[in-house]
Every structure is written in structure tokens, then in C-alpha cells.
Design a binder for this molecule. Structure first.
Ligand SMILES: Nc1ncnc2c1ncn2[C@@H]1O[C@H](COP(=O)(O)OP(=O)(O)OP(=O)(O)O)[C@@H](O)[C@H]1O
Ligand SMILES: [Mg+2]
Length: 508
């Protein structure tokens, strides 16, 4: 027998008004700072600082790593924006400190600087100068041992000195330096190999992330972002690297004609605009194969005020991530949170969509009446058809030494390979005669005559053409009469071409 259902008094037991008898002041414990920004990685944290630089009107942001005795010690973020004044710096250092935000401001919560900094460093210092005003400095320490929220005031001399250092940034008379010390992600070793590996990996991850998040700003020159590494013992900074834009929609031709299509919906005063893209299949461009892989980068790309908040990775509950949809990417420009529709996280690295989003998408239509479902179907068909076409192509031998990664990637993407067969190598060697090439089936190598190497410039284009032309001659048990005749024919014509010194246009 099931247990008896208890009787719950719902009406009589519930009172709307809660009686209070006074209040106590409960300032947050400073340890609360430590839990800020737990969702940050180094890349997302630095993106948050770049947001602030952009809001301050900066045109240049330098990220500098400082080494001492081989250890990584400090990270600086320097910008040439309008800076802070002695009156505004305290609000800037306040957790949740508010200011008036303009229509194009990336800031919104009054948290970014603090959350980003504490997620990466135990100490962070802000040194800043507004035009015609004295330099100011403040420092927050996570492990100061103090009981309250007390922020250090940095001496004006020190702030002025830090701002005047040889940053090699077009500074003008204002700017800001953010300094992070005791970074949790820095390696705790001065072993040069490990430190260099860390710096290389960090730079790649950072450039991928910043290149993506700020691609609209970088490509129209609103901001430049650079990174260098300096050594306290050798004052000259090392090579400086500049972040290049990574536009996730930068294909040279769309995968389907008629795309991208703009789908619009409006329902109960809410507007939605979806720009639906179809990538060409198997693209080898870095913008297609973003970190994480092209297939997992399908989905919705949310931008707020030109800054990318989320770079694909899902369909916001409309649809699961599936291999067959890997060519589909949708650009959605949103502004501030709209209840029921969108909400961004304070790290500005994710957008959560609400239940009304799906309803609006169902309503969305392009001018030619294409719906969202029809778009997804078209992108899926395009992918399937291209996979089918690849499967139907004649299998070829894989590429070995002598070909660039770009050719190798393109061949792997386009041509099914003969399983279990050795690859074809392409190499140069000295030959007695003036013939251009030699097909060496024994060593599975296409030899090219060294004497033409300089004239031919050793180009990827030449190598790709030779592979496409001659690959067949490496297949099969032995060369048939037809193969032999082909080789003689190629030899005659290519050798004539390679020894021809006539300039284009006809004059020798
Ligand atoms: N590089 C900078 N140059 C000038 N002012 C800055 C800079 N960085 C921060 N500030 C000031 O500090 C304030 C606080 O920055 P913080 O990133 O914490 O919050 P926010 O940008 O206002 O909002 P959000 O939490 O959305 O980033 C900013 O509003 C700005 O006034
Ligand atoms: Mg901010």
C-alpha cells in the first residue's frame, strides 16, 4: 500500500508580508573577491581589460610579459586611452562600481577589471593619467591579510614613472597601465625551455581568442593589440607580435549561392535578426577551423556592440551540435539583456538564451521566405553532398616529404587516400642530364633536377601541380606502356618549359 499523502496547509500557512525588527550591516568578507571571475581563463580575462581600453578610446593596447632571472614575473596591459583621474579611479577600483554607460560602451557591470584581475593575479595595480591631470595609482591585494576592503594608494611618482616607461606605444598625454603580479598561471620555474613553451602556447591561445573576439575592431583599425616579452636583465624588449583579426565568416565564396541570408522576426515588440552563413565544405582556412575544430564551432555567434561574446559552439537549445551542421554559422547582433530572450554572463564569454528565443526563431524569415529550419536543412545538404563527392573521387596516394602543410591539408580534405600505401615524396637532387624530373617508384619519390631549383622558386604551386599530374604513375604494380608514354610526354614538355628563358610577352 502507498504511504498516505500528508496534508499540507497551503493557504493558512503562508503569509505575504515578512515582519522585520531591525537591520545589521554585513559588509562582504574580502574573501568574496577571490571567487570573482572564476569562469575566466587568461584569454577571457585579458579580453575584459581590452574592453576597458576600447571604452576609454584607446587605439593601441600592449600586453607585456616581464621576465627576471628567467622567471615570468609580471604582466602589463598598457593603453593610450583617456585614462582615469584622481576623482574617477576609486569608482573604477570598486567592485560593482557604477558609471554612466554610453550606447557603444562595452562595460556594463562595473566588475570586469576586478574580476578579470583577481582571476589571474594575487595583486593588481592600476596606474593611470588623464590629459592635463596628475597620474594616479591604486593597488588591490588578494592576500593582504587585512580585514576590510582597503585598497592601497600608490605614490604619484611611481605612477608617473610607470606611465613614462619605454612602452613604445603611441601614448599622447593620457593612458593606463594595468599591472598584474603573482599570476597563478605563470610557471613556477625558470627552466628556459618550459618558460618558452608556456609563452608560445599562451601567445597562440591569446591571439586566437583576441583575434576572434575583437575581429570587427581589429579589421577596421579601431584598435591594435600587440604582445612582447622583456627581460629585466636586458632592457631591450623582444620581438613584438600583433594580433590579427579572425573573422569566423571570412570565406572567399559562400558554400551555397544566395547565402548569407538575413532572417528577421518580430513578435510582441521583440526584434531578432539572424545572418545565416554556409561555409564552403572542407575549407582549410584558419577562420573555419577555429580552435576546438570547425564542427564544434557551428552555431550561434553573438555580438554585442561589435564585440563577439560567444563564438559558436551551440544552437541555444534550438538544436544539438551535429557533424552534419558544421558548415552552418549564424551571426546575431544583440544589445543589452532582454528578459526571456538573451542574457550574457559577467565574463562576457557566453550568452544564455531564454524560452522566447526559440519562438522568435520559428517566426524568422528571409525576404525570399526561407525559414531557419530550411536554412539548416540547406547547410546539412551541402555538407552531405560534398562528403558524397569526396567519397566518389578516385583514391590517390598520400603526400610525403617536400609538400607544405597547406597542400597536405587541402589534399587530405579533398581526396580520399589509398589505405596502407606509402606516401609520395618530392625532392630535389643533382642530375647529369637536363631532364626536369625522375619518377623513382622504388623510393616512392618524385625527384626534381636541382639545376632548376632556383629558377622554379621551389613553389607550392608547382609541387601541387606535379602531384596532381603524376600521382597515377606511382600507383599500380608496374608501369604500363601508357604510363611510360605519359612520362615521356611530360618530360619533353616540362623540360622544354623549364629551360625556356623567353620572358613572358615574347622577347628573350
Ligand atoms: N583602461 C582603462 N582606461 C580608463 N578607464 C578604465 C580603464 N579600465 C577601467 N577603467 C574604468 O574603470 C571602470 C571599471 O571597470 P570594470 O571593467 O571593472 O567595469 P566596467 O567596464 O564599467 O563594466 P564591466 O564589468 O561590464 O566590464 C570603468 O567603467 C572605467 O571607468
Ligand atoms: Mg570593463
Amino acid at each position: 500500500m502507498p504511504p498516505p499523502v500528508p496534508h499540507i496547509e497551503t493557504r493558512g500557512g503562508w503569509r505575504e508580508a515578512i515582519p522585520v525588527v531591525g537591520s545589521v550591516d554585513l559588509p562582504p568578507d574580502p574573501r568574496a573577491l577571490e571567487s570573482l571571475g572564476r569562469n575566466h581563463s587568461l584569454e577571457t580575462a585579458l579580453a575584459d581589460l581590452v574592453d576597458n581600453s576600447i571604452d576609454a578610446g584607446a587605439t593601441y593596447v600592449l600586453i607585456r610579459l616581464v621576465r627576471q632571472d628567467g622567471y615570468l614575473r609580471t604582466l602589463y596591459v598598457v593603453d593610450n586611452g583617456k585614462g582615469m583621474t584622481p576623482e574617477t579611479v576609486d569608482a573604477a577600483m570598486t567592485v560593482g562600481g557604477h558609471r554612466e554607460y554610453g550606447d557603444s560602451d562595452l562595460g556594463r557591470f562595473g566588475l570586469g577589471l576586478k574580476a578579470a584581475s583577481f582571476s589571474q593575479a594575487d595583486d593588481f595595480t592600476v596606474l593611470s593619467r588623464a590629459a592635463g591631470r596628475p597620474a594616479v595609482g591604486r593597488r588591490w591585494r588578494l592576500r593582504s591579510g587585512r580585514s576590510g576592503f582597503q585598497c592601497d594608494i600608490v605614490s604619484e611618482d611611481f605612477a608617473t614613472g610607470e606611465l613614462r616607461r619605454d612602452w613604445n606605444v603611441p601614448m599622447g598625454d593620457s593612458g593606463t597601465v594595468i599591472r598584474w603580479d603573482h599570476l597563478t598561471c605563470f610557471p613556477a620555474t625558470n627552466d628556459s625551455e618550459r618558460v618558452e613553451t608556456f609563452v608560445a602556447r599562451m601567445t597562440t591561445d591569446l591571439f586566437n581568442h583576441l583575434g576572434l573576439v575583437f575581429h570587427r575592431f581589429l579589421s577596421d583599425g579601431r584598435i591594435q593589440i600587440a604582445l612582447d616579452v622583456t627581460d629585466v636583465e636586458h632592457p631591450l624588449p623582444g620581438a613584438r607580435f600583433t594580433v590579427t583579426p579572425k573573422n569566423p565568416f571570412a570565406y572567399s565564396r559562400p558554400g551555397l549561392s544566395g547565402y548569407p541570408k538575413e532572417l528577421r522576426a518580430s513578435l510582441a515588440g521583440r526584434e531578432l535578426r539572424l545572418v545565416c552563413h554556409v561555409w564552403p565544405p572542407r575549407s582549410t582556412s584558419p577562420e573555419f577551423r577555429l580552435p576546438g575544430g570547425a564542427a564544434s564551432r557551428q552555431g550561434l555567434y553573438f555580438y554585442r556592440r561589435d564585440r563577439l561574446l560567444q563564438a559558436g559552439g551551440g544552437w541555444g537549445g534550438l538544436q544539438g551540435v551535429e557533424d552534419r551542421l558544421q558548415l552552418a554559422r549564424v551571426e546575431v547582433d544583440i544589445d543589452d539583456d532582454i528578459a526571456g530572450l538573451f542574457r550574457m554572463n559577467p565574463e562576457k564569454s557566453k550568452v544564455v538564451v531564454g524560452p522566447e528565443f526559440g519562438a522568435l526563431v520559428d517566426y524568422a524569415e528571409a525576404e525570399d521566405r526561407t525559414t531557419f529550419a530550411a536554412y539548416l536543412k540547406a547547410a546539412e545538404e551541402r555538407f552531405k553532398e560534398s562528403r558524397q563527392r569526396k567519397r566518389q573521387r578516385k583514391k590517390m596516394l598520400p603526400l610525403g616529404d617536400g609538400f607544405s602543410d597547406a597542400i597536405r591539408d587541402a589534399v587530405a580534405a579533398e581526396i580520399p587516400t589509398l589505405p596502407g600505401r606509402p606516401p609520395i615524396h618530392l625532392r630535389w637532387r643533382a642530375m647529369d642530364g637536363d631532364e626536369f624530373f625522375d619518377i623513382d617508384r622504388h623510393q616512392q619519390t618524385l625527384w626534381l633536377n636541382e639545376r632548376y631549383r632556383r629558377a622554379q622558386g621551389d613553389t607550392p604551386l608547382l609541387k601541387a601541380l606535379l602531384y596532381l599530374l603524376m600521382e597515377d604513375a606511382f600507383q599500380g604494380e608496374h608501369l604500363g606502356p601508357r604510363d611510360r608514354d605519359n612520362i615521356d610526354l611530360w618530360q619533353a614538355i616540362l623540360t622544354a618549359a623549364v629551360t625556356d628563358e623567353t620572358l613572358p610577352g615574347g622577347t628573350a
